[in-house]
Design a binder for this molecule. Structure first.
Ligand SMILES: [Zn+2]
Length: 90
């Protein structure tokens, strides 16, 4: 199932019964929250950027329409993570 995505923390915590770890397909998370997902529910992360591959039709439909601002925010987060990982050692 090509349904890898990240929704906002509060929504995920509710849908996943208080746990952070886990996976729910689009059908199952929507069943749990009682409504369809909307693009506003998703985190601005590269995994949520529509790239023309590796996403099911229904996931793409929930992510659409995707603004250029959303894509820019996702790219900035990606760049920050890359910077952090190359400049700091744990
Ligand atoms: Zn499911």
């Amino acid at each position: 199932m090509k349904e890898w995505y990240v929704v906002n923390d509060v929504l995920w915590t509710i849908a996943n019964k208080g746990k952070i770890e886990g996976y729910l397909c689009i059908g199952c998370i929507e069943k749990r929250i009682g409504r369809k997902l909307d693009y506003l529910d998703f985190q601005p992360m590269m995994i949520n950027v529509i790239d023309g591959k590796n996403k099911s039709f229904r996931l793409v439909s929930r992510l659409s329409p995707q603004s250029s601002e959303f894509v820019r925010r996702a790219e900035r987060m990606r760049d920050t993570i890359i910077y952090f990982n190359t400049h700091f050692v744990y």
